[in-house]
Ligand binder design. Structure first.
Ligand SMILES: *Cc1c(COP(=O)(O)O)cnc(C)c1O
Length: 817
């Protein structure tokens, strides 16, 4: 590898400064004196991109010349975060950049801060895709990330005066995007609608309308691998942009109608789908990017060939379906093979079957996508025929495997009845080679519950790949202090490529001097976060309090309610004198969360948290012992600032609901202790860091199931735990709504009568663990020893390890030679 790994770039900071000056002049058209930090950001990014160009081209060449199969990671989301620092790190240009920018008279941080974070994802699933393409490149595996370049990413969150979430469009492309290269020459045509006719005994799709898919390419540089992969995000454009005739008749709206219709496809992430048109738009998006990506892969791997031998396609690329969003790619590949290239059904089936694999990300049955057959028929009539034929073939196959008619009926891909629908997860499970869950517990539950019939009959398809996170972004970039200390402790920085090396820190946990250094790093990170919180949000945060964090999408199953109810109960204890203020461990409690715009209960929970913060933070009786902050617009940047400063992180979902979680991994790696349930990857984290170094509480999956089965009555818990009762009564009584009893009535009523995720049932256990937490926290040396053991034992949760598992268990491929 050595001659390939150019990263510790030989270029001097002087030369790099010259390159930035050149870009300022030739791309920005400004002198260094005229330049703003934003200009320098664009110029430096362009310069870095140029440095990556040779490796990018070579990686593509080597991939096409093919000594190994590539990975196509199909995902509706890629939550990349800012690019500049990551690209500098992976290109080995960090020092040069810092020096060069100073020489030009700028603060490197200001230049980095000029980058606007793209929000092309919602949460964990999108961040996972970003971590995976980083790891693929770092391991030298040729890969494409394929997705959509949404014009507006996830909404920008604001809070109004009442503490309610307000959504604003996030027009990230209003700023220059030096990382994305729009490649008009490599566009693809994506068609919709129309009908299927019979011609010479063949089924021929005559679509009604088409859009142009234009690729925008982002380089994905590997860390010290000399490899640069591609993230190819598609943008939708119209072929007939503009109706001049209509315009000249002053019909201005009509004139741009085709343009609007086409461009709507890549307008926003997850359009609201409670309406028929919203559903239609989502399916259009899914087909749009999978169709373009499949055609793109054929173009890339069979360049210039009119009659490629596509029986070799599965040897060229393997497609990973990140959840069900890209599953429409399965009938699309069948259609391409049969209708466009003339293969017979069985050959097409063999190719398709070998090409696709599916990752399931949920256990909630309502989260598995199901499309009404008539909607598919309207947008993609030929695909519906193919899906029906797959279903017929499947039903026939099942009859040879089992006599259990009820089971066969349950497994239908296309449901029966007069409103048939297509179950995308079933289609993916049957049509692909492998299905994986994303943590051991989750994969087991997939087999036992969600896809049980399938695992009975197709057990060998099922496997587990526990999620991971990239240590480059989430340790090295986010936490430079800890990174230096790890390197000092291990005597090498090789851990960034082989995170298992962190185990070498285990003996150092017995070295009090080292533990104190570790504690000092944490303290410095808390100071840094306090400064960040002041500058960005105006918060006053005391770095001498315990930093206790809960950041993740707002969802009832994740149980932000449990946390806020405990905070309220603690407040009530202080107010009533049950707990003396001097006995309270001072905490800064930090929330970060966006709620889906149409998710009423989640939005109400956000409002409650904001108002609990308002009341408690302003209550003189609390004497600053509890400080609750809720930095608005949680995103990767906030995560990178907050995670290294956190001492206690909350992973308190109802057992059996969180598929994996990845923030739990980021926290453990950065030396936070977790308070959590036995859910998702928490189980594996606890097993690795040690039960003594993890605050476990709450019901297990089996206990949850038993409680559902026996009938769950939340009011019983309200009656039997006076602290819980006091907290809920405070919410109901208007303490956090200026006396108004209606504001939170829907939440209160849900807690007392339904509480599907059993927040109340776990409340007492959650409270009981707090005293253990506080006792340990009082002994800072012991706390930090355990925190260090979290870091030392979390190397397994590198996304490099996840990718290695995929290579071995699912993709059957490896790095380029
Ligand atoms: C890691 C990450 C997530 C996933 O968090 P979970 O707590 O695992 O759901 C979501 N959003 C951002 C910005 C992240 O960095």
């Amino acid at each position: 590898m050595t001659e390939m790994t150019a990263p510790k770039s030989p270029i001097s900071s002087k030369d790099f400064a010259d390159e930035v000056r050149e870009q300022l002049k030739y791309t920005q058209g400004v002198t260094p004196e005229q330049a703003t930090a934003a200009d320098v950001y664009v110029a430096a990014s362009t310069a870095v991109r140029r440095h990556l160009m040779d490796s990018w081209m070579k990686t593509q060449q080597d991939m096409v010349n093919g000594n190994t199969k590539a990975v196509g990671y199909l995902s509706a989301e890629f939550l990349m975060g800012r690019q500049l620092r990551n690209a500098l790190l992976n290109a080995g240009l960090t020092e040069q950049f810092n020096e060069a920018v100073k020489e030009l008279g700028f603060d490197p941080q200001d230049v980095v801060d000029a980058e606007y974070e793209p929000g092309l994802g919602n949460g964990g699933l999108g961040r996972l895709a970003a971590c995976f393409i980083d790891s693929l490149a770092s391991l030298g595996v040729p890969a494409f990330g394929y997705g959509i370049q949404y014009k507006y990413g996830i909404f920008r969150q604001e809070f109004d005066e009442e503490g309610r979430q307000v959504e604003h469009p996030d027009y990230w492309l209003a700023n220059e995007d030096p990382w994305g290269h729009v490649d008009y020459g490599r566009d693809q045509k994506v068609s919709f609608g129309g009908k299927v006719v019979e011609e010479d005994g063949k089924r021929v799709w005559q679509p009604d309308w088409s859009v142009r898919a234009i690729p925008v390419d982002y380089m994905v540089p590997g860390y010290e691998s000399g490899r640069v992969n591609t993230l190819r995000l598609w943008q939708a454009r119209s072929y007939d942009e503009f109706d001049l005739l209509a315009f000249n008749k002053s019909e201005y709206m009509e004139a741009v109608e085709p343009q609007v219709k086409a461009e709507n496809i890549s307008k926003i992430l997850y359009p609201e789908d409670s309406t028929q048109v919203g559903k239609e738009l989502r399916l259009e998006q899914q087909y749009f990017f999978t169709c373009a990506s499949i055609h793109d892969a054929i173009r890339v791997f069979y360049p210039g060939e009119d009659k490629p031998d596509l029986t070799t396609f599965p040897d060229k690329i393997t497609f990973q379906l990140n959840d069900t969003h890209p599953v429409i790619g399965i009938p699309e590949l069948m259609r391409v093979l049969i209708d466009e290239y003339g293969y017979d059904w069985d050959t097409a089936w063999t190719i398709t079957n070998k090409t696709f694999n599916y990752t399931c990300h949920t256990l909630l049955p309502e989260a598995l996508e199901v499309w009404p057959a008539d909607l598919i028929g309207k947008l993609l009539p030929r695909h519906l025929e193919i899906i029906e034929k797959i279903n017929d073939q499947f039903m026939a196959e099942l009859k040879t495997l089992t006599k259990d008619e009820a089971k066969i009926e349950r497994m239908r891909i296309v449901t029966g009845g007069d409103k048939p629908a297509v179950r995308m997860a079933y289609l993916a499970t049957y049509a692909g080679s492998h299905v994986n869950g994303v943590a051991e517990l989750h994969s087991q539950l997939l087999k036992d519950v969600t896809l049980r019939d399938f695992s009975d009959l197709y057990d060998s398809k099922f496997t587990n790949v526990t999620n991971g996170v990239t240590p480059r972004r989430f340790v090295k970039l986010a936490n430079p202090g800890l990174s230096d200390l790890i390197t000092e402790g291990l005597g090498t920085d090789k851990w960034l490529e082989d995170l298992d090396l962190l185990e070498g820190l285990v003996p150092l946990a017995q070295d009090d001097e080292f533990v104190k250094k570790f504690a000092e790093v944490k303290h410095q990170n808390k100071v840094s976060f306090s400064n960040f919180a002041k500058k960005e949000y105006g918060y006053d945060v005391d770095p001498n309090t315990m930093f206790n964090t809960m950041i993740k999408r707002l969802h009832e199953y994740k149980r932000q309610s449990l946390k806020i109810l405990e905070v309220i109960a603690q407040y009530a204890d202080i107010k009533s004198g049950k707990v003396k203020i001097e006995d309270v461990t001072p905490r800064t409690i930090i929330f970060g969360a966006k709620s889906a715009p149409g998710y009423y209960m989640a939005k109400l929970t956000i409002q409650l948290i904001n108002n609990v913060a308002r009341v408690i933070n302003n209550d003189p009786d609390i004497k600053g012992k509890l400080n609750i902050i809720f930095p608005v617009n949680y995103n990767i940047r906030v995560a990178q600032n907050l995670i290294p400063a956190t001492e206690l992180d909350e992973q308190i979902s109802q057992a059996g609901k969180e598929a994996s979680g990845t923030s739990n991994m980021k926290f453990a790696l950065n030396g936070a202790l977790t308070v959590g349930t036995l859910d998702g990857a928490n189980v594996e984290i606890r097993a690795r860091v040690g039960a003594d170094n993890f605050f476990l509480f709450g019901m297990t999956v089996d206990e949850v199931e038993a409680m559902y089965a026996n009938g769950y009555n939340p009011a019983k818990y309200y009656e039997s735990d006076p602290r819980l009762k006091a907290a809920i009564d405070m919410v109901a009584g208007g303490t956090f709504s200026n006396g108004d009893r209606n504001t939170y009535a829907p939440l209160v009523s849900d807690w007392l009568t339904k509480d599907w995720f059993m927040t109340l049932a776990d409340f007492t256990a959650y409270h009981d663990i707090q005293s253990q937490i506080e006792t340990l926290y009082a002994d800072q040396l012991e706390w930090n020893r355990k925190a260090l053991l979290n870091t030392a034992n979390s190397g397994y949760f590198s996304s490099d390890r996840s990718i290695e598992d995929y290579l071995e268990r699912v993709w059957m491929t490896g790095p380029l030679k």
